[in-house]
Design a protein around this ligand. Structure first.
Ligand SMILES: [Zn+2]
Ligand SMILES: [Zn+2]
Length: 493
């Protein structure tokens, strides 16, 4: 009890004074130390224990995972000769918590291979969360069938995890079916659907769900409002967004966080209301971060407000001198206004200060396996076939009249090289791989870690038409359903 209350020294003293100690009391000590984040001390106690139970091991594994020491957790896990479902869950959840989604899924597979090891609610919640992040729909569906087949009760947590997986994998209809089938729902359940609809650009339905949610007496959270504001951003609903932003505090008593401000600045900036966006930033009670300024910079880019843009870049670089987007913006701005010397200087400054862009990465699931592609990545075993598919697409796109947006690429390479550079983008590699490894007509689903670039967006529209496939890309901010030459976002993203 004293551990939970944070009276650590009281607990330790009590423990030291105990006349006899059994494994349960030792476990409590290890667990308390882990909860406090003192894993090294916990490990010392752990090592000194003569008798350890499976609980001891699981506690120590979770403790390591909680402070980000996944490798130490895994080493301990591997040392175990005998494991129960709690130990497996601790390790799988540890991977998920530390964003090692591929490893989480891998370990879950191993667990399945071992006969007699039954996964429970907690296992499936972790794995579903990994599926949601990677867009691993097939595995997610398999888990859904498994839940049905084993007559497991769809608990609140499991239901939420399942609905979230479907929503994040682009199957909003299935997410709603799960939602409907749930016996109990909480604010998280509603928020999952609202956010899912928002990411698909279905703003009106998102607001419809919000009204229902309020009607049912569920209390919206700051995450719910993030969903609503994103819905407005993706649909360009400026006034509705501003109204709900206002309601957050006034009606629901939720203090907007910096993310909410970022969303509203984005909303105003995209609509060209740059003055209002800038005023909002200066009136913020919290310090604006790079994302908030970045949203305004996006507006400056669209509406070619270069004076404001230069100022914003200064603000961003003060917060983050490695902000690649700012350098690229400046370089492109200079280049487009004929100040080539300045553009080159800016590129050099970027290179000299060792600024690198976060590498673009895309995932695609084929036959229950998640494949990962980085920009210009040739490490895939089928890399040669992928390259020849890329060349084929390149030719077909040209014939279809596609003009690559080479102005997005660094300015000191010639046109052809620029074009090739665009074709090494991770989403194009993943699509090429999808085309060569799935049956004709199969929908291709991609998840990308960054926002999809202008060129890929335009190219994929045409690819969907040429190859007669539906292509669904989830980028950092939303879903794009490409079909027959069009995208569901109507080029607004
Ligand atoms: Zn691209
Ligand atoms: Zn789109």
């Amino acid at each position: 009890m004293y551990f939970k209350l944070g009276y650590f020294w009281v607990a330790q003293k009590l423990f030291d004074d105990m006349p006899t100690r059994d494994v349960v009391s030792w476990n409590t000590l290890v667990s308390g130390l882990c909860t406090n984040g003192d894993v090294d001390k916990a490990r010392k106690v752990f090592n000194g224990m003569v008798e350890k139970s499976l609980v001891t091991w699981s506690t120590m594994i979770s403790g390591y995972a909680r402070v980000g020491k996944v490798e130490d957790a895994k080493r301990l896990f591997d040392e175990m000769t005998n494991r129960n479902v709690v130990c497996w869950n601790a390790m799988i959840a540890g991977y998920t918590q530390n964003e090692r989604y591929g490893d989480a899924i891998e370990l879950f597979r191993k667990m399945q291979e071992i006969g007699g090891m039954r996964s429970n609610d907690a296992t499936l919640v972790s794995v579903l969360s990994a599926c949601a992040h990677l867009g691993a729909l097939d595995l997610g569906k398999w888990i859904h069938r498994f839940i049905r087949g084993s007559a497991m009760e769809l608990s609140l947590f499991l239901g939420n995890a399942l609905a979230d997986m479907y929503a994040k994998c682009g199957c909003i209809r299935e997410a709603m079916l799960v939602f409907d089938a749930m016996k109990k729902r909480d604010a998280i359940s509603w928020t999952i659907i609202i956010t899912g609809l928002a990411m698909h650009g279905r703003a009106n339905e998102a607001f419809g769900f919000f009204c229902e949610m309020i009607g049912c007496g569920a209390k919206p959270t700051d995450v719910t409002f993030m969903g609503l504001l994103t819905a407005c951003t993706h649909a360009g609903l400026v006034d509705r967004g501003l109204k709900h932003f206002d309601m957050m505090d006034k009606v629901y008593g939720i203090t907007p966080k910096v993310e909410h401000y970022g969303c509203v600045v984005d909303l105003l900036s995209r609509a060209g209301r740059l003055d209002e966006a800038e005023n909002l930033i200066s009136s913020m009670p919290v310090k604006p971060n790079v994302k908030v300024w970045g949203a305004l910079l996006g507006g400056c880019r669209i509406y070619k407000d270069s004076d404001r843009g230069e100022n914003v870049v200064q603000q961003i670089l003060e917060l983050d001198s490695d902000h690649s987007g700012s350098y690229i913006y400046l370089a492109n701005l200079y280049a487009s206004t004929g100040r080539l010397d300045d553009a080159v200087k800016c590129r050099l400054r970027m290179r000299d200060s060792g600024v690198t862009k976060m590498p673009g990465c895309s995932w695609i699931e084929v036959d229950n396996m998640v494949h990962e592609f980085f920009m210009g990545d040739l490490s895939h075993p089928q890399s040669e076939k992928i390259s020849s598919m890329i060349r084929e697409l390149q030719q077909k796109l040209k014939l279809a009249g596609y003009k690559p947006k080479t102005d997005l690429v660094i300015h000191n390479v010639d046109e052809e090289e620029k074009e090739d550079a665009l074709f090494t983008h991770s989403e194009k590699l993943a699509i090429a791989f999808g085309l060569i490894s799935t049956r004709e007509g199969t929908t291709i689903r991609i998840v990308k870690n960054l926002r999809i670039c202008d060129d890929c967006h335009g190219a994929i529209k045409i690819i969907s038409k040429i190859v007669h496939r539906e292509i669904i890309v989830r980028d950092r901010s939303r879903f794009h359903h490409f079909e027959n030459g069009k995208c569901s976002c109507n080029d607004y993203w």
